[in-house]
Design a protein around this ligand. Sequence first.
Ligand SMILES: NC(=O)c1ccc[n+]([C@@H]2O[C@H](COP(=O)([O-])OP(=O)(O)OC[C@H]3O[C@@H](n4cnc5c(N)ncnc54)[C@H](OP(=O)(O)O)[C@@H]3O)[C@@H](O)[C@H]2O)c1
Length: 327
Amino acid sequence: MRAVEIVRPGGPEVLTETTRPDPVPDPGEVLIQVAAAGVNRADLLQRQGNYPPPPGASDIPGLECSGVIVGLGDDVVGWQVGDRVAALLDGGGYADLVVTPAAQLLSVPDHLDLVDAAGLPEAVCTAWSNLVMVGRLARGEIVLIQGGSGGVGSVAIQLAAALGAHVVTTAGGPERVERCIDLGAESALDHRADDVAAHLAEATSGHGADVILDVLGAGGLTANVRALATGGRLVVIGLQQGRRAEIDLGMLMGKRASVHGTTLRSRPPAEKAAIVADVAAHAWPLLGPADTRLRPVIHARMPLAEAGRAHSQLDSGEVFGKLLLVP
Ligand SMILES: NC(=O)c1ccc[n+]([C@@H]2O[C@H](COP(=O)([O-])OP(=O)(O)OC[C@H]3O[C@@H](n4cnc5c(N)ncnc54)[C@H](OP(=O)(O)O)[C@@H]3O)[C@@H](O)[C@H]2O)c1
């Protein structure tokens, strides 16, 4: 099969087209003919040598894909050759073919474009597991989604709005802020220009955010703790502004608030399966056809051979939503 590999840690130029033997599904796994692979910020970190694949995972990048099942390992139940699927991957998506545990599959409904579906699994599983399973976001609560313009954030806005939460989000620049409103945010702030915690306090009459989904890490910690409501839950999923920071524990205690951190990729298979099952039951039906509150937000499709250009574009900060690589 054709694939794109990381020949050495480095810039986008180290992503190189290659051929590899076709993967063979182990028991409980399926073989997918890839229609498209989603590009994630984690792929950029892996390319730079800062996010090695977990033990046993493919060294080929790619944490999500869509496609058609073309082979079944032993003991796979509930899936058939020919099924249209979207898959959360442990790696290997930048290729013609990939194997994944059947427990990490989501069925792509007929009305949904199969290529576009590649932009959903990582974002939906990340947003759903952190907003709902970790953050316990409930109807009527206020959620602050940092980075609503991103791959995860653009899906998180839609999911939180569908849950009946009041969504406040941040993005860089007026045009991106407007697009977040179109996705269902009640208010969107420009992180380049606005004091987010102060605006949030004013907009919520001092209540603050019951849940914050954060992609900033260290650089956002002080403002995020300040923005939390009493009993609030800060869920850190990204470290774009560093990993070490001081925290005002007095403020945290006074608010009876909590700080959580999670990663999806390093979770054991049973936890990934539980997240995918919860997503399938509660988030995936929002894709319709009866419901249309969730849709993929696709910035562009590019040929798989141009994976390096896709990485450069994601790094440039121009991308709104997801970039897809089409083999
Ligand atoms: N823990 C997990 O399991 C998990 C899973 C998936 C992703 N992640 C992480 O989550 C983060 C987002 O992933 P992604 O795929 O959505 O990446 P992405 O598409 O590149 O989006 C990055 C987002 O960060 C925003 N941002 C940058 N600087 C900001 C600032 N100062 N204040 C507020 N927002 C800011 C960007 O906004 P503008 O471009 O509009 O400025 C953009 O919305 C990444 O760090 C990724 O590694 C974690």
